[in-house]
Design a protein around this ligand. Sequence first.
Ligand SMILES: O=P(O)(O)OC[C@H]1O[C@H](OP(=O)(O)OP(=O)(O)O)[C@H](O)[C@@H]1O
Ligand SMILES: O=c1cc[nH]c(=O)[nH]1
Ligand SMILES: [Mg+2]
Length: 218
Amino acid sequence: MKTINLSEQNTVLNRFVSELRDVEIQKDSMRFRRNIERIGEIMAYEISKTLNYFPLETVTPLGTSVTNVPSDPIVIGTILRAGLVYHHGFLNCFDQAENAFVSAYRKYRENHQSFHVHIEYIASPRIEDKILILTDPMLATGGSMDLSYQALLTKGQPKHIHIATIIASRQAIGYCEQNFPKDRTTIWAAAIDPELNEYAYIIPGLGDAGDLAYGEKE
Ligand SMILES: O=P(O)(O)OC[C@H]1O[C@H](OP(=O)(O)OP(=O)(O)O)[C@H](O)[C@@H]1O
Ligand SMILES: O=c1cc[nH]c(=O)[nH]1
Ligand SMILES: [Mg+2]
């Protein structure tokens, strides 16, 4: 299994990640959402370099042109709710992709320290033999990603799985390496952080991505 940490390259993506983390800039929730979206656009472009292509003949007003374009059918599968704008970033790039949504959220117990991940709803096309891009901006324990993937397997076996995230913990990378098919999974992260706190939040991370994008929930 390959893990690609895009922060190892000096690109403008790093500025977008640093703005997402910045406690002052986070107050501008529109900027927060737009940064997530544009990281989705850039990551989709990076993933596009791994796809299969075929030569497409195009008729222009003055002749014909042949261009290599992607041939793989793609399903973008997103975990609600923090993944919503990230999803749109991917869709801006892969505008012909099919779309899947999974509602996975942390249900905290009384003590607020332990939780289990709750899946209530999936809406997905068939994913058999397609390229499945699973998107969620935060990969903390990896539990939501794993359970969402298991839920989507009721729709077929994908040809390849791309796990796309903005901030991953080291622990979650290890968890995904153990729980996803090694020969057909690639993990893409805009940054990988060292640890989780006692509430399983990524440290230093950025806080609660869903709340920062869409407001606090009860
Ligand atoms: O890797 P994990 O330990 O499973 O944690 C990561 C999950 O936590 C966040 O969602 P959250 O449950 O906070 O829901 P929200 O998007 O509605 O805020 C995030 O968007 C991931 O889905
Ligand atoms: O650090 C984390 C962990 C889970 N969900 C988030 O939004 N942030
Ligand atoms: Mg979630």
